[in-house]
Each structure stands twice: as structure tokens, then as C-alpha cells.
Design a protein around this ligand. Structure first.
Ligand SMILES: [Zn+2]
Length: 318
């Protein structure tokens, strides 16, 4: 085999170039938005998971205290969690004190890996769901998001969150244990800033997602949240706002969705036809509307069809 003079030097140079040409680590470009009185939010894109957004479709946040920050949700990947933690610790000048995970959906907890050594809390059913389904959720998110998910593995929160008032660094939080978007949904109310981190119990200008939803429990949870004396509301997805509009909007949409699906089931509409049904104009500009609606129909409609058929069955026998 003929070997060119200096070929090993050339190979070494090529190897160096290859290293230099390796794709840069995904940068989430996280920039906290200050909500006043030491409360912050990282606002995600109003989109589905894509390679371009690295899975950052979610709002996470933190509350600064003299004992370190309290983080609410760790985001969609190990890398997001690492970048979130580094940024918070740089800005606050202290290690993060603790993390609360609002629920077991992949955009909210996959950053947990970055919080080794930090107490991470979630409601008991959330911890169980992550332990049971985390690996499958990771596989699915890899498929959708790709590179930004590299090295991500599900880590179930190590500590159970209980409902009630807790103090961290002299700062009082109310932990509100609810359900409906999933089997366990934690909302966090920071008393000093009057900020309510609502998790995915509240969406704003973004169509609610329902893969594990129980609409009746969800609506009851919204009634509870409405009684919290918050000024600023951080929805799980969508812009932060002052006042009750986002809770009302989420309730309005869920009521409509439930009634529309029940009525369609009573009329014997087939699942594929649901995609053609009209949507009220007030929901028309919600992000990812048609995609979430067809997912919701797939999640919720079969059970409603079965109920409708059961109601018909006695008449059929007569
Ligand atoms: Zn979410």
C-alpha cells in the first residue's frame, strides 16, 4: 500500500478539523424575564417539539431567596437543565436551594439530571409516573427533538412534595396539590411577589394538551386556582399575564371541548370527521390548535363514544 509522505501529519490535521467541525452544543439562549420581587420566568416557544426549538416549548421559572433559588420545572432536556441551573446560579450568586416539578410531562422534568445534589420535589403520583414512563417519554422526545436531547435520561424527583405552606430562605410558598391535566398537578404560589406558577393547569393563547387529562377534575382545579390571591400568573405554556384571563380562557376551552366531543359522540360522529367540525372564532388564534384538537379527540373521544353507545344500548334491546 502506497503511503504519501507526511500522511500521518495530514491525518492528524484532518482529525483536528473534524473535532473543530463537530456541531456546537445546542444553546437554548435562556433569558429570564423578571416578574418583580425576585420572581422570574423563562418563556418557551408556542410550538410543538421541533429540532429547531430543542423542546423548549415550556415556561419554567425561579424565585430568588437568600438561601438560594427555588426552581419551578427543569425543562425538556438535561442540557436545558444545565443551562438553566448555570444561569440561575450565576445571577443569584448561590447554589440552587431546591426544585419543584409541576407534573410528569416531558417538557417539564427532563432537566432534573442537571440538579444532582439539589433536593428535587414533586407530588407522589408525579414521581411514580416519571419512574414508570420516563424512559418511553425520553425515547419519544429524542425522536422529535434530536441533538438537544443528547445524554438525557429520566430522573424521578427524589422527594415528595406535600400540599401546604413552606418557607425557604424566609420566603413563603403555597404548594397547591391538584389534578386534571394529569393525575397530579402541582401549582406554586409565591406570596411575596403574588406570582402563581400554575403549571399546565393553565394555558394562555396556546391550545391545552390533554394526553392524560380528566376534564372534570381539571375544571375543578381551575376553580381552586381562581381563589388564590395572585397578581401575576405564569401559565405552563403561553405568555405571562396579570389577572384572571388565562384561567377563564382555559376553562372556556375545556368546557367547549368537553361539550363538543359529547355532542359529537351522541350524534355518532366518526373520529376522523371531528377534524372538520367548526371551532369557535375565539379559539381561532390559539397556537397549535388543529394539532392539539386532533390529539385531544384521539385521547378523549373513544371513551365518550363507548358511553354514548351504552346509553343507546337499552333502547336497542327494547
Ligand atoms: Zn407542558
Amino acid at each position: 500500500m502506497r503511503c504519501l509522505p507526511g500522511s500521518s501529519a495530514l491525518l492528524a490535521l484532518l482529525a483536528l478539523l473534524a473535532v473543530g467541525a463537530a456541531p456546537a452544543q445546542y444553546d437554548y439562549r435562556l433569558a429570564p424575564q423578571a416578574l418583580g420581587n425576585g420572581a422570574y420566568v423563562f418563556v418557551g416557544a408556542l410550538e410543538h417539539f421541533t429540532r429547531a426549538n430543542g423542546g423548549n416549548i415550556v415556561n419554567t421559572g425561579y424565585i430568588d431567596t437568600p438561601a438560594g433559588a427555588i426552581v419551578i420545572d427543569s425543562g425538556p432536556s438535561r442540557l436545558y437543565g444545565e443551562q438553566q441551573r448555570a444561569l440561575i446560579e450565576r445571577r443569584s450568586g448561590r447554589p440552587v436551594a431546591r426544585v419543584y416539578i409541576t407534573h410528569a410531562h416531558p417538557d417539564h422534568f427532563f432537566g432534573d439530571q442537571a440538579y444532582a445534589g439539589v433536593p428535587v420535589y414533586a407530588l407522589p403520583a408525579t414521581r411514580e409516573a416519571i419512574a414508570a414512563n420516563g424512559d418511553a417519554l425520553a425515547d419519544n422526545l429524542y425522536r422529535l427533538v434530536g441533538d438537544a436531547m443528547r445524554g438525557t435520561q429520566a430522573v424521578a424527583p427524589g422527594l415528595p412534595a406535600g400540599a401546604g405552606r413552606v418557607e425557604v430562605g424566609g420566603r413563603a410558598l403555597q404548594l397547591i396539590a391538584l389534578a386534571g391535566h394529569t393525575d397530579a398537578d402541582l401549582a406554586v404560589f409565591d406570596e411575596r411577589s403574588a406570582t402563581l406558577y400554575a403549571g399546565d393547569l393553565v394555558f394562555h393563547r396556546r391550545t391545552p394538551s390533554t394526553p392524560n387529562a380528566d376534564l372534570a377534575r381539571w375544571l375543578a382545579a381551575l376553580d381552586r386556582l381562581e381563589m388564590i390571591p395572585y397578581k401575576t400568573l405564569v401559565p405552563g405554556h403561553g405568555p405571562v399575564l396579570q389577572g384572571p384571563e388565562a384561567i377563564r380562557e382555559t376553562r372556556d376551552y375545556l368546557h367547549w371541548l368537553d361539550a363538543m366531543l359529547r355532542e359529537a359522540a351522541a350524534r355518532g360522529v366518526d373520529l376522523p370527521e371531528l377534524a372538520e367540525l367548526p371551532v369557535p372564532a375565539r379559539f381561532g388564534d390559539f397556537a397549535v390548535l388543529r394539532a392539539e384538537l386532533s390529539r385531544s379527540a384521539a385521547h378523549l373521544y373513544p371513551a365518550l363514544e363507548t358511553q354514548a353507545l351504552r346509553r343507546l344500548a337499552p333502547d336497542v334491546r327494547e
